[in-house]
Ligand binder design. Structure first.
Ligand code: SAM
Length: 157
């Protein structure tokens, strides 16, 4: 199984880029992983919030394959402990699933079409993070999950 993280727009802040790069490097020892960046539509046209969400939604859906299991990172999703999230990933790895796709929304969240396509929603907290920060926090949680599954000490440090 491969894990794909779909995000919208380049990572602007250098400290976020550095954090993502660090956890991506570590994660790749455990599982095939890639972060795919969808172009930020804000820079191309003067769009309303709804138009932007819909266009981003079309671009996100265009990246998906029919067999993908799609999980939205969303404040209104189910909350997991890191251990429960690791167990969830372990279950998915036991199946014949080829690709598990996590998606982080843009500044205004997801369009209705994206919500309809999703298999589930996961919340990292009840608080709202910037879509840029979420990519770093989530990459760290993926890495943490892998170390939990391998019984490595990172989770307790
Ligand atoms: C600034 S937030 C968008 C907030 C928007 N008002 C909404 O209703 O979703 C941008 C993206 O970051 C992600 N995000 C922010 N906080 C999150 C959290 N606590 N848990 C999971 N994802 C979060 C979501 O993917 C969200 O679409």
């Amino acid at each position: 199984m491969k894990i794909c993280l779909l995000v919208i727009g380049k990572t602007d802040a250098e400290f976020v880029r550095a954090g993502i790069a660090e956890y991506e490097k570590r994660l790749k020892y455990y599982i095939p992983y890639e972060m795919k960046v969808i172009p930020d539509v804000r820079n191309t046209k003067n769009m309303s919030e709804i138009q932007q969400k819909e266009r981003e939604g079309e671009l996100l859906l265009g990246q998906l394959e029919a067999a993908d299991y799609v999980i939205l990172l969303d404040e209104k999703g189910n909350e997991y402990t890191s251990k429960a999230f690791a167990d969830f990933l372990a279950q998915k790895m036991l199946t014949s699933m080829k690709r598990l796709v996590f998606i982080i929304g843009g500044p205004y969240g997801f369009s209705e079409e994206v919500y309809k396509r999703a298999n589930m929603k996961i919340s990292l907290s009840k608080m709202t993070f910037s879509h840029q920060m979420v990519r770093m926090i989530f990459t760290e949680q993926l890495y943490r999950a892998m170390t939990i599954l391998k019984g490595e000490p990172y989770h307790h440090e």
